[in-house]
Design a protein around this ligand. Sequence first.
Ligand code: XMP
Length: 315
Amino acid sequence: MFNVDKFVKEETERLRERIKGKAIIACSGGVDSTVAAALAKEAVGKNLIAVFVDTGFMRKGEPDEVKCMLERIGLNLRVVKAEDEFFTALKGVTEPEQKRKIIGERFIRVFERIASEEKAEYLIQGTIAPDWIESGGGVRDKIKSHHNVGGLPEVMGLKIVEPLRDLYKDEVRKVAKHLNIEVHERQPFPGPGLAVRVIGELTRENVEIAREANAIMDGEMEKAFAEKKVSKPWQYFAALLPVKSVGVHGDLRNYGYMIALRAVESIDGMSASYSKIPHDVLDKISVKITNVLGKKVNRVVYDITNKPPGTIEFE
Ligand code: XMP
């Protein structure tokens, strides 16, 4: 049985003993990196520098929200605008593992830059158990390279510290709650962000479509929760499929993309079943997406695959 009080006390102590000097941590605003940062801040105070990298793959309004949230925790924060760098590195790349590797490597390059400016010796990461198990760290086949693992070059010059390495998502949420961190109710969002929700090549336009579709789905789901039409799934999102199909817009033929909606029930993300969202809720999301995204998207589908055989994200 996971004892949250004991974990927090012991891990803070371990971090204090291990980290002798300056440390940096990449904060995405997600529960994992925020909890890891809060623990490390307890242990080393201002010797911890939190780095928020704006990759261009965040959800609508997220960069500002994350910045405010991290500042409220009292972290020593640096914001890096790296959108151009990421899009340039990913130009023409369509293969999911390659996308993940490039994103992971870009992250590391940015950290290395900041770490050398700050003269930091340690890199703290919010890696949790499913990240390394599914990245081939255990006895299983490699399924996906999670960006905080797969992108790591062999020699980084920084000592890696992973305070949440043995925890599962539900346990990390318990730690967040224990530390009074407001992100604990947020649903999980993958490290590479919208980059794995735009299938195939990433263009600014496609990422923008996925961002808008996700914002619409979030908004409609929130309304449905408030009206008690649906209980909150473990995770839900929209992905842009690089398939064009024929539709009709006004009286004119239209050739546009497809959005796939996904909602799943899970405990730890290792397995999942698709959520039985009522059709009237799906209908509202579909109508709004095709209205707002006009000619760009003319078809919306709902994914009814469990994990396995699917994964939760599409890439
Ligand atoms: P999959 O798609 O592997 O996802 O079934 C399981 C859970 O992990 C999240 N996910 C990630 N989280 N870095 C992360 O920190 C990643 O690269 C990553 N990829 C997927 C996914 O959203 C789901 O909650």
